[in-house]
Every structure is written in C-alpha cells, then in structure tokens.
Design a protein around this ligand. Structure first.
Ligand code: FES
Ligand code: MG
Length: 595
C-alpha cells in the first residue's frame, strides 16, 4: 500500500484537533506549536494518520535504550507508509534499579500512557518494550484506550560468557551469590561475573521476565511474527523496527484495534506459550492485568487448567541451558508456537497485528535447531507449566515446576510413601531486611527440613510486590551443597531465578492473608498432588493469632506509594489499579477541547 492509496480513506481522531472546521480557533491553537520544530501545517492537515511512538528508552531505562536509536527506523517506516510519526517518552521502569521495586511503577506508567494516548492527537501507536514491566504497562494502556497498537520489543542482549561458559544476566547473580557464600569467589569475582553476563545493549538475555513478556506480546498477536527474540544489536532488529513502522500505518487505516486481537483465545495461547518457553512467574499477574483491561476473563486457575500440562520446549535459562542469541537462531517464539500449533495446543484462528491469522503467521516456522527448541514429542521437560496452589496460607500461589532440579525433587518431593508431599518447619521473615539480618543466625537452626517464608512483600506490603521470595539458604547449608530450600512468600521472584519457590501468594499478609498468622516453628505441609499448601495449626490457635493483627509494614514514602496502596488489587487479580477497570475502550469518545 502506498501513501497515495491510503491517505484520506478514513477520518482519523487527530483530525478533530488539526482539521476541525467547527472549531477553527481550536485547530489553530493545537497546530501552531508543532511548527516550532519544523513540522508543517500541510503535513498535520493532510488526513494522514498521526502515529505515536511510545518511547520507553532513556538513560534511566538501559534495557530499553536501544529504542532511542531504533525509533529512527520506526519513523522511516511510518513515513514510507504515509503516516506522521510523533515520538514521546513513557515513564522509565528499570527492573534492577528502581527502589523499592519497579513493580510499583507499572500501574503509574500505565496511567500515564492512557492519558497520553487519549488526550493527544494520536491515531495509532508503536509501543516500544523491553525490560520486564514496560511490556505489560504498554499493553494494558493500549487495551484501555483501544486505538490501533503494535509492540516493538528492543530485544535481548547478546549472550554473556564468563570463563568460557554461558553467563545469563540476572541468573548469574543468583549463582554468584551462592559461590560467594561458599567462598569460591571474592567480591571482585562477583562483580566480574555480573558484568560478563551483560555484554551489549538490550534487555536480559535469559528467559527472564523481559524475554517472557515480549514473547507474550508476540503470542498474543500484538507484535509482528518473530519480533520478540531478535537480539538488540542484530541488523534484523532495525529491519523489524522499519517493518513495524510501516505496518502500524496500515493498521491505522484498517482500524485494527487491540480489542479485535486481545481475545480470551489469544490469552490462552499466551498461557500455553509461557509454559513452553519456561516463562517467568511474573507472567500471570501481567497477563491477568492485560486481560482485565481488555475486558477479557482470565484467572490464575487458567494457568493450571490450560498451562500446567504443556511441556517445556525452549531449552533456555533459567529452566534450560541456552541464552537469547541461540534461541533466536533456533527460530525464537514462532518456532515454539509452531510446535504447539501442530500439537493442537494453540488457536490458530486468532488475529495478529499483521492482519493475518496466527496459523498463517506461523507457516514454515519449524525450528532448525532441535537442541534449543525441541520437538513437542521430545521436550526438555514434561508438564512444565505452573502449579497453582491454595490452602490456609493463601487462596492462590504459583510454583514454576520447570525449574525444580532433580536434586530438589529427590530431597523434597520423592518420598516413596508420599510422593509430591513435604512437611517442614517454617522460618518466617518480615521483609527482606529481616531475611538478610537473620538468615545466618545460628539460633534459627535452619536445616534442610525448613521452609523459608517471607511476607510483607506483596503489592500492599512492600509496596508494589518485590522479587524477594527466591531466598537462598544460610551459608552453612550452601557449604554443605544444599543450594535451595523450599521457599514461600507473598512477593514475587525474578524471572531469571531457578528457585522452586511458591510465589505470588494472595491475599498477601498485609491484606490479612494466611501468611500473616504463620509463626516460626509452625509446620507447613506442601502437597503438590492435591495442590495444597497449609500450616498445620489448630483453628482455635489461628483465631487467637488473628486477634493480634497483621504484621507491620513500612509506611508509604512517596505520594504514589500511598495512592498505589489505595488502588491496587492482589497479584492473583493482576495487581491492577482496580478503579481503572471501569474504563474500557475509551477512544470510542473524543476528549473535550481544552479552551
Ligand atoms: Fe531490565 Fe532484565 S533488568 S530486562
Ligand atoms: Mg525481574
């Protein structure tokens, strides 16, 4: 389609600003200041779509910083297809750096983007994504506003190498921590391993939350096929940026909105793809949040029903062996989806941003590298999705079964009399400061029969919900070769963690969930077959403890922390800004003029 063919085929919402015969005074006001960087009134009044580029990269968002350069190719594509690009910044979210947690900012970035997309003359938008929460925040906003939108991920870093071995970003930190505790490396060695894992621009090169969420965007049909896995520095990344820019102009003319793509079938596809790639435990809250903003029903139980039995096909860290470059060369997300489609585990009739069906988009995408993306019949692991648990400690929590090591399985879950069942003594920490202060305290007498519990780490408690549940054992146990204990918490865990933790417990302790009433020394029973997790404490005793009130949490330190606490739901419900759910497809109406 050329610019000449597409221009003028429909009236865009931006024309209510720039070409409004009923309000010529307002049109004059809206137009004039765009001139001061050289844009002409002829362009803005040409009837071509105005395409927003939601720029998530900045010096504060290093994982997404590639987009600062990629935007040039997005603009080229938009111009070549007959659109007018307007780039604007989004709220930075840098997972590893934002304190007390980047999760606090997801709903803030969402809110900001909704206001921009609704209140400015934007007809369609390119959502630039990368680091963990940048993808869900952008898609949540696109779902709420419902103007044509397409995801352009920035791509992972090149593979990291340390002393001749693959070193995955994020994951290397958890591994090096253990080595440091065992005295195998010093602090300098620790820093060197971390730096070696991050050799280029791009987001985490492991199948952490960033790679997972960009894969989810692709699985949902919200980015061009093959977009998610292209490493940031590859030339294909710039080419993908150009094609994405071209395609969003066509989408504006076709009025192809997220509401046509983000269906329940699309979300169930994403749930299955997440299992097959060994995706992050952060995916459920983010997918549930996106679905709820899109007006689609998706619950935590859907991850059990539709995701649990799916095998692990992507041999990528932390569940597997390789990193992002090999995954891309093996065919990336489309090759995994191709396997699931052959196995009739995907709905191939779902629409993608390209305007074709998923089945059409995946044609010919079989992997050329079976070591990295296995055939469905010969997976890395069977039944690799999450196990969704409930009990008197929480209504729901999840366990990433794909990272349970043979060693852990043998120690905790392979009792011949009661397979899948483990009982241990709880050691309870209130927040990660408490954990760090006391984990090596000999008085706690932590041994391999203990279960480490952290609370006060959920959306209300932290606030924002922090990735602190993947707690490592005391140094004394590490030195004996025990690298992980069972852990439970109302916080989350890093997508790059290989810890078999029970995470995202909801309701959280600060909301009066069962974890609030647990005490160090109580016995916890984890029964994976029954999908139960309970404290073996008598009801009368629990009633007595309930009268004591929930454990204290830190006061809000910023205005947004206080507002966040007033508005957030629990992780099982996506930790959404609950009041925002009343607002759906808001671009059906135009905003009032401002004078
Ligand atoms: Fe940003 Fe991992 S810290 S992608
Ligand atoms: Mg993370």
């Amino acid at each position: 389609m050329t610019a000449g063919e597409t221009a003028g085929t429909r009236r865009f919402r931006s024309q209510d600003w720039f070409d409004n015969p009923d309000h010529i005074d307002m049109t004059a006001l809206y137009l004039e200041r765009f001139m001061n960087y050289g844009t002409t009134p002829e362009e803005l009044r040409s009837g071509k779509p105005i395409i927003g580029i939601a720029q998530s990269g900045s010096d504060l968002s290093p994982c997404n910083r590639v987009h600062v350069d990629l935007a040039r190719r997005v603009r080229d594509g938009i111009r070549d297809a007959g659109g007018i690009p307007i780039e604007f910044p989004t709220h930075p979210m840098f997972e590893n750096c934002k304190r007390p947690t980047a999760a606090l900012d997801r709903n803030l970035a969402y809110l900001g983007l909704v206001e921009i997309l609704y209140g400015y003359p934007i007809d369609a938008v390119v959502l630039t994504t990368g680091c963990d929460k940048t993808t869900p925040a952008a898609l949540m906003a696109a779902a709420t506003v419902d103007i044509p939108a397409i995801v352009l991920s920035g791509g992972p870093m090149l593979d990291g190498w340390h002393e001749g071995r693959l070193a995955g970003s994020g994951m290397v930190i958890w591994q090096a921590r253990r080595k440091l505790a065992k005295g195998e490396i010093d602090e300098e060695g620790f820093l060197q391993e971390a730096m070696d894992s991050a050799p280029s621009l791009g987001h985490c090169n492991t199948m952490g939350t960033a790679s997972t969420m960009n894969a989810m965007a692709e699985a949902l049909g919200m980015s061009l096929t093959g977009c998610a896995a292209i490493p940031a520095p590859y030339r294909a990344r710039g080419q993908m940026a150009y094609r994405t820019g071209r395609r969003i102009v066509e989408m504006a003319h076709e009025d192809l909105r997220p509401s046509r793509i983000l269906t329940r079938a699309a979300f169930l596809n994403a749930v299955r793809v997440n299992s097959a790639i060994g995706g992050s435990t952060n995916a459920p809250p983010h997918l549930i949040a996106m679905a709820r903003h899109a007006g689609v029903e998706l619950t935590i139980e859907d991850f059990q029903t539709h995701g649990h039995a799916v095998p692990l096909l992507a041999n990528v860290q932390p569940a597997g062996a390789y990193l992002g470059e090999r995954f891309h060369r093996a065919g990336g997300v489309p090759a995994v989806m191709w396997e699931l489609l052959q196995a009739e585990l995907l709905d191939g009739s779902c629409l993608t941003v390209a305007g074709n069906t998923l089945a059409e988009a995946l044609a010919g995408r079989e992997s050329p590298d079976r070591e990295v993306i296995t055939p469905f019949a010969l997976p890395v692991k069977e039944m690799a999705g999450f196990t969704v648990l409930s009990g008197n400690l929480f209504d729901s929590a999840i366990l990433k079964t794909s990272v349970i090591s043979p060693d852990f399985l043998a120690r905790y879950l392979a009792d011949p009399d009661r397979p899948g069942l483990f009982e241990g003594r709880a050691v309870v920490f209130d927040g990660s400061e408490d954990y760090h202060a006391r984990i090596n305290d000999p008085d706690l007498a932590i041994d391999e029969r203990c279960i480490l519990v952290v609370r006060g780490a959920g959306p209300l408690g932290w606030p924002g919900s922090a990735e602190v549940v993947n707690m490592q054992p005391p140094d004394a146990l590490l030195r004996r070769g025990i690298t992980s204990l069972p852990t439970i918490g109302d916080g989350r865990q890093s997508g790059t963690s290989d810890s078999p933790s029970i995470v995202n417990a909801a309701p959280e302790s600060a909301a009066g969930g069962g974890l609030a009433w647990l005490r160090t020394g109580d016995i916890i029973r984890i029964d994976l077959n029954a999908r139960r997790c309970d404290m073996l404490v008598a009801d009368e005793e629990l009633a007595r403890r309930r009268a004591e009130g929930t454990p204290p949490v830190p006061a809000s330190a910023t205005p947004w922390q206080a507002l966040y606490r007033q508005t957030t739901g629990q992780l099982a419900d996506g930790a959404c800004l609950e009041q925002a759910l009343d607002f759906q497809r808001i671009a059906r109406t135009l905003p009032r003029h401002n004078h």
